[in-house]
Design a protein around this ligand. Structure first.
Ligand code: ADP
Ligand code: MG
Length: 399
């Protein structure tokens, strides 16, 4: 799960991390009220969307030479004008895709006198099974570009979970950022605070770009992105409450409500499967037969009629879906119960695309009989290969 910049800064501040003062705003009036609480004279009005590259982004509704999604404002009047310009409009950045994202929230923050910009991020490195800190003196810009052209300017520091964060990790961060004296001490302290925040909050990723050195010799987090391990959110109701559903795929939000694991993909064959492993195998075999899955969908162990119906509706809400493959192994749930669920759900949603069903497991014959006698044009399949070939043929025929 992702959160907004202002929310991430709020969380980091609780761990002692230095961030400029600022307040979120949902309207131009709120933006003005936020600016009035800040010392000025320089304010920064920042679009809050779950995507980076806002500074260089463009608003679809504004002239091409209009300012982007991070604007310096020299007066309260400018804050109001910038807020009015941004709210409700669509910001297109390198990370949003062409369709962009509508700006519904702003963050009004203190303008900082920047001496230098740095980069610092943290992630769970699967290769080393450790948390890695990635730091660079080249902050403020696209880190992928830096990695591509000048990889020597990026340092990676792994932290062994058996020892946790040690003073030498802090020194390594300061050294990689080429800092000394007071700033080196601040960098080491900051790295420790970030590690504490990352592990305490079960983060999946934390990126600070830029981390800045101010003219007064302070280190401040100017921009940050934070994402969390969805499986641990139950431990962090404060983080969960920061969820902004308007930033998420509506079908994925709906799936979450029914406890379905759904991820939209680019193909045209909708998949409904129980178990993540079987779901992945199903996607693989669709690809092997020359087509592409429209989604990953795991209905879980207890595939009830309600869940199957919700899953059908979610799959069909995707206009790209031209056929559905149901691949369910009846272990805990028996095949006849699942077949009842599929028939009821298919009737309720007025199924408009070909449906291939492969059932296996307990009471499989009873299940197949229910499908065959349902009066619905369900295409039965005997095994995974058969099922994939059938649905791919149906979709190709229709095309
Ligand atoms: P994004 O990465 O989405 O473009 P940033 O918050 O990193 O957004 O802002 C882009 C640039 O704007 C920063 O690299 C920095 O130079 C400038 N900037 C952002 N916030 C402030 C601030 N509070 N004070 C001064 N400059 C800022
Ligand atoms: Mg940034």
């Amino acid at each position: 799960m992702n959160i907004h910049e202002y929310q991430a800064k709020e969380l980091l501040a609780k761990f002692g991390v230095g961030v400029p003062a600022g307040y979120p705003a949902m309207s131009a009036d709120e933006a003005v009220a936020a600016a009035q609480k800040l010392p000025g004279p320089l304010y920064v009005v920042k679009a809050q969307i779950h995507a980076g590259g806002r500074g260089k982004g463009k608003f679809s509704e504004l002239p091409a030479d209009a300012k982007g999604g991070v604007r310096l404002a020299n007066s309260i009047d400018d804050v109001r004008a910038d807020a009015q310009d941004m709210l409700g409009n669509t910001l297109v950045t390198v990370q949003t895709g062409e369709e962009g994202k509508q700006v519904n929230r702003l963050y009004v923050t203190d303008g900082v006198d920047i001496e230098k910009e740095y980069y610092l991020s943290m992630l769970v490195d699967r290769a080393t099974s450790r948390i890695a800190m990635i730091v660079s003196t080249e902050g403020g810009m696209d880190i992928e570009e830096v990695a591509h052209h000048t990889p020597e300017k990026i340092a990676t520091i792994d932290i062994d979970p058996a020892t946790g964060f040690m003073p030498h990790h802090g020194r390594a961060v300061a050294h990689a950022l080429k800092l000394d004296g007071k700033l080196a001490k601040s960098a080491a302290k900051l790295a420790k605070q970030l590690y504490e925040a990352f592990t305490t909050l079960d983060c999946a990723m934390l990126e600070i770009n830029p981390l800045v050195e101010t003219k007064d010799g302070e280190l401040l987090v100017l921009d940050t992105k934070m994402s969390f391990d969805g499986n641990s959110l139950y431990r962090h109701p404060d983080v969960e409450s920061m969820r902004d559903e308007t930033e998420e795929d509506p079908a994925e939000v709906e799936a979450g409500k029914h406890d379905l694991a759904y991820i939209k993909l680019d193909g045209n064959i909708g998949c409904m499967v129980n178990g993540a492993g079987l779901a992945m195998a199903t996607m693989d075999i669709i690809k092997l037969n020359g087509a592409f899955p429209a989604n990953f969908l795991d209905v879980g162990g207890g595939a009830t009629t309600e869940k199957v119906t919700a899953a059908f509706k979610i799959i069909l809400s995707d206009p790209a879906v031209e056929g559905i493959l149901v691949n369910i192994f009846g272990g805990i749930m028996k095949c006849d119960i699942i077949a009842d669920g599929i028939v009821a759900a298919a009737k309720e949603v007025n199924l408009s695309v070909p449906l291939v069903v492969r059932l296996e497991g307990t009471n499989v014959q009873k299940g197949k009989d229910i499908l065959a006698n349902s009066g619905l044009p369900i295409i039965p399949a005997d095994d995974l290969g058969d099922a994939a070939r059938k649905i791919v043929a149906e979709v190709k025929e229709a095309a």
